[in-house]
Design a protein around this ligand. Structure first.
Ligand SMILES: Cc1ncc(COP(=O)(O)O)c(C=O)c1O
Length: 398
């Protein structure tokens, strides 16, 4: 019996997506981006699946996220690139985590932590090339790259590479960023650094902008089987959605024409109809904005979400179909299963698939399926909609 509400995560899909993307992109190195709890899928199992698919680096935003991967026993090369003023560089260095550094101050802090520990810090310098988030400004490249090189010469730092991030705004803007990044690579060489790792592209540019590939790409959304593009979906890219968000119908009610539904009566039945109650709400990441626009699949048919999405639940108009309490409701999953996609939910809610999968709340148990699933005795077979077969082993994880 599967959960009242759950996110089924297909680790085989993650592995296959990574392998497929690698075959298309062909860079020497591939970083799997597993920040934000693996975009909501679970950082540790996703990291393992991505490594099995051929990724040789992992990337996260914070040191805390990186330490959690190390604590789980993952010893693959790992980069963390977003730090507050009190970030624990010493803990990161001690755990063999590469630090992405964005300022002269951070370079000095990493060198100081390395001095205290008596071992060099592995670092990668983040250059600002047009996104205007963190990263060293071009005017500061000589100073910061020179400082890093000086610390490298005295054994405090090991500068493994330089990187930046694209705005994905237009081909023209991204080409300008590539030109800027190329100047940054020259500046690194001028400063006396050997750039082993040069990386700029996330999924979108890795797929569409070969000039942005350099020696490594950082793949996030694609490894989860989601498209980064508005004009090309995951299936067209050969990707399989790894997450299926589902629940079981909690109540069924027949209402008369004119009945108001959910808070504020923002939807009223136009005919006599049947409503099915789905036990997921905005506390679980279901966007409140998807009211009256998103769809769910029940027993192979898609039905509209009607009325306000509440904290724990929302309603679906199933017309006169024989939907029963306990029937499986799929909010989104892989399109090949005939269910709505995270991208469709994103469109319905005025947001993007990244947001839809990442926001799935902690109250929703993640259940891992596929050959790599943890704690499973044997393969836990599921059908394309994420529904377990009768003999399927199940594993509930964090
Ligand atoms: C610095 C950096 N690199 C790579 C990625 C992965 O991007 P995507 O999920 O579009 O592949 C992200 C995600 O936002 C990021 O912040």
């Amino acid at each position: 019996m599967s959960e009242f509400r759950e996110a089924v995560i297909d680790l085989d899909a993650v592995q296959a997506n990574v392998a497929h993307l690698r075959s298309l992109i062909g860079t020497r190195h591939t970083m799997a981006v597993v920040k934000a709890n693996g975009y909501g899928h679970g950082a540790v199992p996703v990291a393992r699946a991505a490594l099995a698919g051929g990724a040789d680096w992992l990337g996260v935003a914070d040191i805390t996220e990186a330490l959690a991967l190390r604590a789980a026993g993952i010893d693959a090369p790992l980069l963390a690139w977003l730090h507050g003023p009190d970030a624990d560089f010493a803990a990161a260095i001690a755990a063999d985590i590469d630090l992405g550094l964005s300022s002269a101050l951070q370079v000095r802090q990493a060198a100081a932590a390395a001095t205290l520990l008596g071992r060099p810090a592995a670092v990668q310098i983040k250059l600002e090339t047009g996104l205007n988030r963190n990263g060293v400004d071009e005017s500061d490249w000589p100073e910061v790259l020179g400082l890093a090189a000086a610390f490298e010469r005295v054994g405090r730092l090991r500068v493994r590479g330089v990187f930046s991030h694209l705005a994905n705004t237009s081909a023209e803007d991204d080409l300008a960023a590539i030109a800027s990044f190329d100047r940054g690579l020259d500046a690194a060489v001028t400063a006396g650094l050997t750039v082993d790792l040069a990386h700029l592209a996330s999924t979108a540019a890795a797929l569409r902008l070969p000039a942005a590939r350099y020696t490594m790409v950082r793949l996030g959304i694609g490894i989860y089987g989601q498209s980064p593009f508005d004009d090309e979906d995951a299936a067209a890219l050969g990707l399989t959605a790894a997450m299926t968000l589902r629940g079981r119908v909690a109540a069924v009610r027949r209402v008369a024409a004119g009945a108001g539904v959910s808070y504020d009566y923002l939807w009223r039945a136009t005919t006599d109809t049947t409503l099915a109650l789905v036990p997921l709400g905005y506390a679980d990441g279901v966007p409140r904005q998807a009211m009256n626009t998103a769809r769910v699949a029940i027993n192979g048919t898609q039905y509209p979400v009607v009325g306000r999405v509440a904290m724990d639940q929302f309603l679906v108009d199933v017309d006169s179909d024989p939907v029963a309490v306990g029937d499986v409701v799929v909010l989104f999953g892989d399109a090949a299963a005939g269910v709505p996609t995270a991208a469709e939910w994103g469109a319905a809610a005025g947001t993007i698939n990244y947001d839809i999968v990442t926001r799935v709340g902690s109250r929703v148990p993640r259940r891992y399926v596929g050959a790599l699933a943890e704690n499973t005795a044997g393969a836990s077979a599921v059908d394309a909609a994420g529904v377990p077969h009768a003999d399927a082993a199940e594993s509930a994880g964090a």
